[in-house]
Ligand binder design. Sequence first.
Ligand code: DAV
Length: 369
Amino acid sequence: MSKIKTIVNSWNEWDPLKHVIVGKADGTCIPAPEPALDAKVPEDSDMRGQFGPRTKDTVDKANQLLDNFSNILIKRGIKVDRPDPINFNQKTSTPDWEADTMFGCMPPRDVLLTVGNEILEATMSYRCRWFEYLCYRPLLKKYYDDDPNMKHESAPKPRLTDADYRKDYLSDKIGIQKRLKWTEDKFFVTTEEEPLFDAADVLRFGKDLVVQHGFTTNLKGIDWLKRHYKDHRVHAVNFPGDPYPIHIDATFTPIKEGLIINNPQRKLPKEQRKLFENNGWEIIDSAQPAHNEPPPLCYSSTWLSMNVLVLDPKTVCVEKSEVYQADQLDRLGMEVIPVDMRDAYAFGGGLHCCTADVYREGELKDYFP
Ligand code: DAV
């Protein structure tokens, strides 16, 4: 009798990593203007108004960094898979909308959510990212074929009509004060027309899934996750203080059982801290980023400093230039592996963004009984 091989298994963000997907920069485009994306592009960004393929030099450099990161992981005994980029520089459409270009496949974390033996494709909320899952289908097909227990799920594709987006966000002169007030009031760019979520708004703590309500994930998306993950407890969180709230992974980062670093400008509200603190978990302020500005043509903030990849409860990959974050994690007793990635940030994020879990050792646990 041949033994069934489990390929997909991951219940949290810190158990020993054995198999991971690392993104690619090939063909990444600056997407054409569309409602949800415009709300996220910083008001003073040079990306406003321009779109199309990124230059070959920057793509080559980003790919070199992603290849190098993959090799670091492989040398540590971790299996690494890579997506199949499609031609992102083409028009896409559905009966409801058209988009001039797509985006890319550098950040698999945004699209794929692994919980136990299941990989779920998120709905996404940008039209330019609607077809991004296609880049991961060859890998998902292989996992599905080779592991009879693997579950491949796809959340309902959203229609993404104009009804999904608040017109208030269509101006490029909103100003930070108003943005902060809006996000504090949970008045985000996405409406409650239909369920929307990005996978990178979800953190996995065994039995509990913690989901950021913000630009890319709405309450209906969180409710959909609740109905989908019947054996889990799903908690909505939000972080006032972030004028562009997309994705939880530069804001709230579990390092190991019992320890979370939280962006000091985007603190988890007192009420929402109870789940962790009542169970003896520590939430500490993360260190400051080493940079005052993100690199050119980058969507993310300088807080990608916190976008670390935990390899096991004693080992963490930190971007090489983020010396303060590295020092803090070192003082917390972690072995820190410096990884050069800053010149790839503009392609979709940092070390956590550019990866997606396939297999971490360990079982489903209840950390907040
Ligand atoms: O702080 O700009 C970036 C998250 C990318 N996945 C930020 C959030």
